[in-house]
Design a protein around this ligand. Structure first.
Ligand code: 5GP
Ligand code: ZN
Length: 114
């Protein structure tokens, strides 16, 4: 998708602070962090949201989770705990329509979210 911000980030057309990249996913710090650690994990493939995932994406989705888990370790928040979130659509609070996991940690999280 040529007009998608996260496709442009995945392609390297917009520079970001990349913490991980491989054939399938890219991870970088959120520009507006909501916690001491706030990292986004995105697929290189344009998928609009988790609501658009099909069984063809099973391996990709699992890989995104594993990358988030590894980043929690490298960020030093694995033992204190962390949150993995994906927002979907308007009421879900999604503002960028390219699938992403938020990895949040480094402070206690509240529940339920606002
Ligand atoms: P959403 O609200 O869709 O779940 O999350 C989108 C996230 O992308 C937000 O937390 C927002 O701060 C982040 N974001 C938006 N534009 C950029 C950008 O250009 N660079 C980075 N690193 N993060 C961005
Ligand atoms: Zn995209």
């Amino acid at each position: 998708m040529s007009d998608c911000l996260f496709c442009a980030i995945a392609a390297g057309d917009i520079s970001t602070d990349r913490l991980h990249e491989d054939e399938h996913v890219v991870a970088f710090r959120d520009i507006n962090p909501q916690a001491p650690t706030h990292v986004l994990v995105i697929p290189r493939e344009h998928v609009a949201s988790a609501a658009e995932l099909t069984s063809d994406h099973d391996a990709l989705w699992a890989h995104m989770l594993h990358v988030a888990q590894q980043l929690a370790r490298s960020e030093g928040i694995d033992s204190s705990g962390f949150r993995i979130v994906t927002n979907i659509g308007h009421d879900g609070g999604q503002t960028v329509n390219h699938l992403h996991l938020h990895l949040l940690g480094g402070r206690p999280m509240h529940w339920p979210p606002g």
